[in-house]
Design a protein around this ligand. Structure first.
Ligand code: PHE
Length: 355
């Protein structure tokens, strides 16, 4: 009987090795351990054995049954793993696959110009900062010395978040789409140690009547330097250096007195027109880019107003700073010789593909 058991065990193992599917495994299980299981048939003869033999055969049969069960369980796991491995292989996604495409596209002229500007400023030791496009009134206006009802708010008229939201807010907390990147000056001065030397590229919004030079959404790059002994001369040198690097050594800058509530003194800065090389004429005709003046308005700038510094808990007797805000679109238009910066937002491939 022991022999019969051994043969049965060997048969089982051989049959199990052949099993490849969950169904076949089920069949094998019922064949050996089911109602009419083979082991049972062998055990039917046990009653004729001596008590001693009965014991040994009983134990051997039980052990065999348990061996069968665990072998079946292992096989089930093996089959399942093989099943998933095969699915994994079949459905694997090769992300490195090269697909020959004729037109991969390229960066938009505004992104390209932003990155060039960032690189130049980083090389001069500036850090890049960021701020929210949905800004509050305090940062966009009040802290920049433009209090509630100040007429200068008209110059920076913008889109406000819906009344349902803003009605429940206090003045100062009301939300709007930022009109300039200048609120990031405030955020930085209120949160960082001096000295500060940052530029902030970003999207801004205006409530504008659109024309060739005005869009209700455009890009600015803000600059802010605050520390001891920061002068207007530093501002001039910085802008001159950056514009020469960006547009070429022959580029000239012109500073015109101006007014901004958050800087004093203030200046608007023009750059010599790249289209007509500052002559105002192209092939004998008036240059349309600069309206034949030879100059293109590029940015606003000035020394940070003491009230703005004090509002950010900076001692205006000890520290000074300069700031500027330039229109990236205008710079891109100059660099790429595009006569209307509005064209950058019209998604015309014919325009974008030229650069
Ligand atoms: N924020 C101003 C504008 O959008 C530009 C500016 C920035 C002027 C910093 C002075 C200093 O017009």
């Amino acid at each position: 009987m022991k022999e019969q058991l051994d043969i049965l065990g060997a048969d089982f193992m051989a049959a199990l090795a052949e099993v490849k599917s969950a169904e076949a495994l089920k069949e094998l299980e019922s064949e050996y351990l089911g109602k009419k299981w083979k082991l049972k048939a062998i055990l039917a003869g046990v009653k004729d054995l001596s008590i001693e033999d009965k014991k040994t055969i009983g134990v051997a049969a039980n052990t065999m049954k348990n061996d069968f069960l665990s072998a079946l369980a292992n096989k089930a796991v093996e089959i399942e793993e093989a099943y998933f491995a095969q699915i994994e292989e079949k459905e694997a996604l090769d992300v490195s696959l090269q697909y020959p495409s004729k037109n991969l596209g390229h960066k938009h002229p505004i992104s390209h110009t932003t990155e060039l500007l960032e690189d130049i400023f980083i090389s001069l030791g500036f850090k890049i900062e960021d701020g929210p496009q949905v800004e509050d009134e305090l940062h966009n206006f009040d802290k920049l010395n433009i209090p509630h009802n100040h007429p200068a708010r008209d110059v920076w008229d913008t889109f406000w978040v819906s009344d349902d939201i803003n009605d429940s807010k206090d003045i100062g907390e009301r939300l709007l789409l930022r009109t300039h990147t200048s609120p990031v000056q405030i955020r930085t001065m209120m949160s960082q140690e001096l000295p500060i030397k940052i530029v902030v590229p970003g999207r801004v919004f205006r409530y504008e009547q659109e024309d060739a030079r005005h869009t209700c959404n455009f890009y600015q790059l803000e600059g802010l330097v605050v520390g001891e002994w920061v002068t207007f001369g530093d501002l001039k040198w910085t802008l001159d250096t950056v514009m020469k690097q960006l547009l070429g050594e022959k580029t000239e800058l012109r500073f015109r007195p101006s007014i901004f509530p958050f800087t004093e003194p203030s200046a608007e800065v023009d750059v010599s027109c790249q289209i007509c090389s500052g002559t105002g004429k192209v092939k004998g005709k008036n240059c349309s880019m600069c309206s034949a003046t030879g100059w293109v308005e590029l940015l606003g700038s000035g020394m940070v107003h003491p009230t703005v510094l004090e509002g950010c808990w900076i001692d205006s007797k000890k520290y000074s700073g300069f700031a500027f805000g330039m229109g990236i679109d205008r710079i891109a238009a100059q660099r790429f010789g595009v006569s209307s910066s509005r064209m950058f937002y019209q998604n015309k491939l014919k325009l974008n593909e030229q650069f």
